[in-house]
Design a protein around this ligand. Structure first.
Ligand SMILES: [Zn+2]
Length: 264
């Protein structure tokens, strides 16, 4: 083999080696590429599993929360319903008028006062306390009318109808607050007529200022005629108890408005 032949052979060997290297590099590139793809695939699968887990746990957390919210709401709803039912059943807030007649099973324990008037025995102490307080202020209060039975009211209504046509300030039997034993027509010894001039007496001024402190409110105020459905009666007072009377006085609410504000 001469020089030229050996050189040619060496060149061929070098070419072969370069080709081998190229093939190896190409295989390595493919392998790296495949590994990259595999890693990317694994990463994606892993991430979607984590995301699915997170979604599941957040959904279950949400469902726990969703489940707990109605139970809290249900419990407060139930408390509120109980409070409303208790208020609706509170005898001090009973509503008797033309659209809300006396319940047929209504019963009241009455007590007879010194002047012969009768009231619900539960209000006697506060009523007498109020009369004593007025007397201490030189105001002579006098009960004109208190409890009236349904038959007494019937007679009164007929008498009023006979005298003046359709009665204005006397309610039909079964629809008068006087049946409850909680309502009183209060006048003063020096003026005992049930009319608007009673507002000029010191007795009216005293009652306006102080009656709520003893649990009584002016039941049919002048500016509430449309709500009560009864004309202004400055002499008609109604026992609602000290707590309710205080709020009604502060908010200047009549019984209909106050009951509505309580949801009953
Ligand atoms: Zn009255």
């Amino acid at each position: 083999m001469n020089y030229m032949e050996r050189r040619h052979q060496r060149m061929q060997e070098e070419e072969k080696r370069e080709k081998r290297l190229k093939r190896r590099n190409s295989r390595m590139s493919w392998l790296m590429c495949l590994i990259g793809i595999a890693l990317l695939f694994f990463y994606k699968v892993n991430m979607s599993t984590v995301a699915a887990k997170e979604t599941k746990s957040s959904t279950s957390a949400a469902s726990v929360q969703t489940a707990s919210v109605p139970s809290v709401a249900a419990s407060s709803d139930s408390d509120s319903a109980q409070k409303t039912a208790a208020l609706a059943a509170d005898w001090r807030l009973i509503l008797v008028n033309r659209s809300s007649p006396l319940p047929t099973d209504f019963a009241v324990a009455l007590t007879t006062r010194k002047d012969g008037s009768r009231v619900d025995e539960r209000i006697e102490a506060e009523l007498e306390e109020m009369f004593r307080a007025a007397q201490n202020d030189d105001v002579a209060l006098k009960v004109c009318s208190a409890y009236r039975s349904v038959s007494q009211q019937k007679q009164l209504y007929h008498a009023e109808s006979f005298a003046s046509g359709t009665p204005v300030s006397v309610q039909p039997a079964g629809e008068s607050e006087h049946h409850t034993g909680l309502a009183l027509d209060i006048v003063t010894t020096s003026y005992q007529t049930l009319d608007s001039r009673f507002v000029k007496t010191p007795a009216y001024a005293w009652l306006q200022k102080n009656s709520w402190e003893y649990g009584f409110v002016l039941r049919y105020p002048k500016d509430k005629e449309k709500i009560t459905g009864v004309i202004y009666e400055p002499w008609h007072f109604r026992y609602v108890g000290k707590d309710y009377a205080k709020v009604m006085n502060e908010k200047q609410m009549c019984l209909e408005e106050y009951r509505q504000s309580l949801g009953i």
